[in-house]
Design a protein around this ligand. Structure first.
Ligand SMILES: Nc1ncnc2c1ncn2[C@@H]1O[C@H](COP(=O)(O)OP(=O)(O)OP(=O)(O)O)[C@@H](O)[C@H]1O
Length: 649
């Protein structure tokens, strides 16, 4: 009895051993279960019916690959064992050093792999796996199917020439429309076509973009130039979407301000240049607040453009613009609803580059110059928040650039609503969720140069942004349709006549009741939150009540970056270049003469003494603060405007 039991166990053992060897060599799963349709020579494409639980990637490999991997591992272990058997000490030493080296290599290799595959991991997490979850039902496939085995979605699947392929079950028991709808929805595709291939053992569907924006839209193209001429003055052309349809933003009807958010090299400066050049062409005044100093070289010396590079001047310009907004609110109130909107003054476009860096600098600058009793928040930051809330009637338009990282601060509902038009390029999924929560799922960002999503009225339009070179933008801005009325900005808002305050009618135009005078509690709170958002961009902490109620008046009394026309002749005298050399800190007479001849931003003379031109000292000081170094190398001779006779001095 005992002997026959032993025989049976031996037989079973031998049988199990042989079966294990068989599975090992044939590359099948060691538990004997077939999970995928993989064979010895061919990789698997789908999980077999009835299989439950997670199916690992190895189950999809061809049998020979799995067998080879197993034999290599066993061989390595065997060789190690044999070495230890023959010379244990040396084997242990080799393991000690070799192990540490191999460990180090493994860790650094893993780190490189992790960095290089970040995009792939994001693709799987954000797109492929959700698509798989959505397709399990319509395709009737087991949930355990590995998404990668049948969803061939390239990393840049939103690019114009990308092709997506999805393997289909052989039985074809699905509805095309249901599957197609899921693919479009889950991958947030626009303008794609499907080609279904049903014959043979491996049916599949391919998805390609067919309706796409033009790959390039350039101003130098006569057809594009014609479109630019045709669009209304208030609605500059941004670019073209699929079907060659115009994408533009109507600053009067839709959205007075535009937010541009893009990663590095995403085309932010090009977008601003394209919009601003068209507005200036039609008589708008431009304020370029460019802490980076060289973002908009096209605008140097363009008539009606004030280029502020120095933080003191950016501060000053914002305070003055805030006051101008206040003035316009009162004028608009007086004029009433039926008046021509242009009666409040010419359109003003404010280009604000790199909001986060600028806000930080403004805050730091204010910390430096503020005196006891001054409000905590910079009046320039406050003025910007106010301008953003003023609405379209005052014809002040902010084109604001934010790197993706700033999206959180600007993504709050109060700030977002000020930017009915948002342009995003090379964005992250997170930036999109914060800035455009109303459009979901977020279309995947493409790296196509000049391609952006223009979000207008809750719809995202994939747009090829019109490209204007520096020279083209400059020429177009200068070739304006006529002289714009002049506008003089002062630092204080004019005191409203009593009647205009009492006439304030909040029902007729919601944009009119957002000035400090006459605002209700809700507006104050909303304004406070806007200031808070901007202050947080600057890395500052805003506390309710910090902003002084009288901050407007305080702002009006700020130490000036430059004085206003009509300022006291003693404090702002008229000087010739020779005198100016002694009064300016960093330029000599030669540099001044050179700049007068070549720098388009050099101030115009304010008067004459005999044949000598006289300049307002504050104009020269402002020019000195904002001038670019190595001027003479950078300025094109063709761009130099006619100057007075240099030989006079
Ligand atoms: N619409 C477009 N058509 C053709 N080329 C474009 C377009 N937009 C941008 N480019 C090109 O892409 C490059 C980067 O553009 P741009 O300088 O505007 O990016 P940016 O986001 O301002 O860059 P940075 O992050 O460095 O400030 C430029 O060389 C420009 O020529």
């Amino acid at each position: 009895m005992g002997r026959s039991e032993f025989d049976r166990q031996l037989e079973e053992g031998v049988e199990a051993f042989l079966m294990g060897v068989g599975r090992l060599l044939s590359g099948r799963d060691m538990d004997g279960q077939r999970r995928t349709d993989a064979t010895f020579f061919k990789g698997g494409r789908r999980v077999l019916d009835g299989v439950e639980g997670r199916v690992g990637p190895w189950s999809y490999r061809p049998g020979w690959q799995r067998a080879a991997a197993r034999l290599t591992t066993l061989g390595g272990l065997g060789a190690g064992g044999w070495l230890y058997w023959t010379d244990p000490e040396q084997t242990l030493t080799a393991l000690e050093y070799g192990g540490a080296g191999a460990g180090g290599l493994l860790v650094s290799g893993a780190a490189v792999h992790a960095v290089r595959n970040r995009g792939q991991r994001e693709l799987m997490r954000e797109w492929v796996e959700p698509l798989h979850q959505a397709l399990v039902g319509p395709l009737g496939i087991p949930e355990a199917t590995r998404p990668r085995s049948y969803l061939h979605v390239p990393l840049n699947f939103s690019d114009d020439d990308a092709e997506i392929r999805i393997d289909l079950p052989v039985a074809l028991k699905f509805k095309e429309t249901e599957v197609a709808e899921m693919i479009v929805k889950k991958l947030a595709l626009q303008g794609v076509s499907f080609s279904w291939k049903y014959d043979g053992r491996n049916p599949y569907v391919t998805v390609k973009k067919v309706h796409r924006p033009p790959s390039k839209v350039v101003f130098s193209d006569p057809k594009v130039k014609e479109l630019v001429k045709k669009v209304p003055e208030s609605a500059p052309l941004i670019g073209l979407e699929r079907g060659q349809k115009i994408v533009s933003v109507d600053l009067d009807a839709e959205s007075p301000h535009v937010l541009v958010s893009a990663g590095t090299g995403g085309g932010k400066s090009v977008i601003l240049r394209t919009i601003a050049s068209q507005l200036i062409h039609h008589g708008a005044h431009g304020y370029i607040l460019d802490f980076k100093r060289v973002s908009h070289m096209w605008a140097r010396g363009v008539k009606n453009v004030e280029y502020c590079r120095d933080i003191a001047d950016i501060h000053d310009a914002l305070v003055r613009l805030g006051a101008e907004g206040q003035r316009r609110i009162h004028v608009a109130e007086k004029l009433g609803d039926d008046a021509d909107p242009s009666e409040v003054g010419p359109r003003i476009v404010i280009l604000l580059e790199e909001i986060n860096a600028t806000m930080k600098q403004l805050t730091r600058y204010w910390e430096k110059i503020k005196e006891k009793g001054d409000p905590k928040i910079s009046p320039a930051v406050d003025a910007l928040a106010e301008i953003l809330f003023m609405g379209r009637a005052v014809r002040l338009h902010v084109l604001l650039v934010a790197q993706s990282a700033t999206a959180r601060a600007l993504g709050g509902p109060e700030m977002r609503e000020n930017f009915a038009t948002r342009i995003l390029a090379r964005y992250t999924q997170n930036a999109w969720k914060m800035l455009v929560p109303e459009v979901q799922p977020a279309p995947k960002s493409t790296r196509h140069i000049g391609r952006a999503q223009v979000v207008l009225g809750g719809m995202a339009h994939e747009t090829q942004v019109m490209f204007m070179s520096d020279a083209e933008a400059r020429a177009w801005a200068m070739a304006g349709s006529g002289p714009a009325p002049s506008v003089t900005l002062t630092k204080s808002a004019p005191v409203a006549a009593d009647d205009s305050v009492t006439q304030l009618n909040s029902d007729t135009d919601e944009s009119l009741h957002l000035g400090k005078q006459g605002v209700d509690d809700t507006d104050q709170t909303v304004h406070g939150r806007a200031v808070q958002a901007l202050a947080s961009v600057a890395g500052d902490r805003y506390e309710e009540g910090d902003a002084d109620e009288d901050s407007d008046d305080e702002a009006a009394q700020l130490p000036a970056g430059d004085e206003q026309p009509g300022a006291d002749e003693d404090t702002d005298p008229l000087v010739g270049l020779r005198e100016a050399e002694d009064l300016l800190s960093d330029v000599d007479l030669t540099a001044l003469r050179n700049a007068r001849a070549r720098d388009p931003e050099f101030p115009a003379p304010a008067d004459k003494r005999g044949r000598e031109s006289l300049y307002r000292l504050s104009d020269l000081q402002r020019w000195e603060r904002n001038r670019l170094s190595s001027e003479s190398d950078e300025v094109d001779e063709d761009d130099v405007s006619e100057q007075e006779d240099v030989s006079v001095l």
